[in-house]
Design a binder for this molecule. Structure first.
Ligand code: ATP
Ligand code: MG
Ligand code: MG
Length: 414
């Protein structure tokens, strides 16, 4: 639906700028003009086609449950909460709108910001711990499977002052009668920043120098690095990137979620984060989300995906994906390869079909971290062990969110 900055929706939400978009929706930063509820919200406006409307209703139902079931649970605050929901009518039809608590950039933005070098292990631990808390709430209390855990759907909290800065800039454009930068209405607020009203070069550089190698609040740094690069080329930062110790995240996008006892689809998850049992068509449950957390944990520290099979959705992609899993795990137990509606297409007697064993190179996570990413082995061992317990091939043996929170890597002091 055509949305303009400055529009007032439902006589309550003033549109300030675009925050992001997905397959089903566009998401806008809005100021809440009523006295009730938070001052700023993210407004998700779903596409109008009937099929999108049905999905939106499911998402609302799921969001409502997660909001009500148990606000005292430790994971409650790690799920993005819905504020309000209503309908909007446009030339295209009826759109479902969901207002949610406002969040900042996603973990994908954080990875982009690190130039895909990844973030420091201590930051990764803080993030993964919070994701697991959120999942322990979704799984154990709400009986909901998220089904789309990936960096893009984990959002970082930013403080209200930061939101205000973004908004005051937008208002300044209006006040001065300057055309709104394209990025404000057409793209993702956290990447393509327009710096016309930004700091002077000198300021940015000195701030950058000051912060180099130190721990800094992520949101303050955001944009500055991009700007620095635009002006001076690639900075020589030491990988990996630090994140603020008080980073707080929440799990977003329940748009594809389902209940333990009521699935919507046999195939779930974004390809690279898809669990082994889903690929094999062996049924799925909460453990599928845990697999995705394992993939994401690796990606957060290395900047590279754990499994990145060729192509999108074909048998060839599945076979490639299974080879990658086989190589990383050092094999897949035969009883696992015999379960699932797709299993016989890819395995026979526990061996991968149409794959010459000579092509496979067993490369366990611990060795990948040491050989490719130059980690010290003492650091690689506990982290690799933790990740392996999340990508355990047997979903029945895989750690649950609560068990993972008790695991040695999470609880040990550095
Ligand atoms: P998908 O194709 O991933 O299913 P979708 O249409 O369901 O997308 P979301 O993933 O919910 O939409 O949101 C799209 C983007 O909008 C997110 O990736 C994020 O950048 C931004 N966004 C979503 N919710 C919020 C929020 N509460 N606060 C800030 N930004 C948000
Ligand atoms: Mg999404
Ligand atoms: Mg979605």
């Amino acid at each position: 639906m055509p949305i303009n900055i400055g529009d007032i929706l439902k006589e309550q939400y003033k549109v300030c700028r675009k925050l992001g978009w997905g397959h089903f929706s566009t998401v806008w930063l809005c100021r809440n003009l009523s006295n009730e509820g938070p001052t700023y919200v993210a407004l998700k406006i779903c596409k109008s086609a009937q099929s999108f409307a049905v999905v939106a209703q499911d998402e609302i139902k799921l969001l409502r449950e997660t909001k009500l079931i148990d606000p005292t649970h430790i994971g409650y605050k790690h799920i993005v909460q819905m504020v309000d929901t209503f309908k909007l009518v446009s030339v295209n039809g009826v759109h479902t709108a969901i207002s949610m608590e406002i969040m900042g950039p996603s973990l994908l933005h954080l990875l982009i910001q690190s130039d895909f070098r990844g973030i420091h292990l201590s930051g990764c631990k803080r993030i993964i711990t919070q994701v697991l808390k959120g999942l322990s709430y979704l799984h154990e209390k709400c009986r909901i499977i998220h089904t789309d855990i990936k960096p893009e759907n984990i959002l970082i909290k930013v403080d209200e002052n930061y939101i205000k800065t973004i908004i005051s800039k937008t208002e300044k454009f209006t006040e001065l009668g300057i055309d709104m930068p394209r990025s404000y209405v057409a793209s993702d607020c956290w990447i393509d920043k327009d710096k016309r009203l930004g700091d002077s070069d000198e300021n940015i550089i000195s701030k950058f120098e000051e912060q180099r190698g130190q721990s800094y609040p992520y949101d303050k740094f955001l944009g500055e690095l991009t700007d620095f690069k635009r002006r001076h080329g690639e900075p020589r930062l030491n990988a990996p990137m630090w994140v603020s110790p008080n980073i707080e995240i929440k799990i977003a996008d329940l748009g594809n979620s389902c209940w333990e006892d009521h699935h919507f689809s046999a195939e779930i998850q974004t390809r690279q984060y898809r669990a082994l049992e889903v690929i094999l068509g062996a049924g799925y449950g909460f453990p599928a989300d845990i697999w995705s957390v394992g993939c994401m944990g690796f990606e957060m520290v290395t900047g590279e995906m754990l499994f990145s099979p060729k192509g999108e959705e074909s048998k060839i992609t599945n076979r490639d994906h299974l080879c990658l899993i086989y190589e990383t795990l050092g094999g897949i137990p035969q009883y696992i390869t015999e379960k699932g509606t797709n299993a016989r297409q890819y395995f026979s007697n526990g061996e991968l079909l149409r794959v010459n064993k000579k092509w496979l190179r067993i490369w366990k996570i611990e060795d990948v971290l040491v050989e490719k990413y130059k980690w010290k082995r003492v650091d690689a061992i506990p982290f690799a062990g933790f990740l392996e317990s999340l990508i355990e091939p047997d979903p029945a043996l895989r750690l649950t969110a609560s068990m993972a929170l008790q695991s040695e890597w999470i609880t040990m002091n550095e």
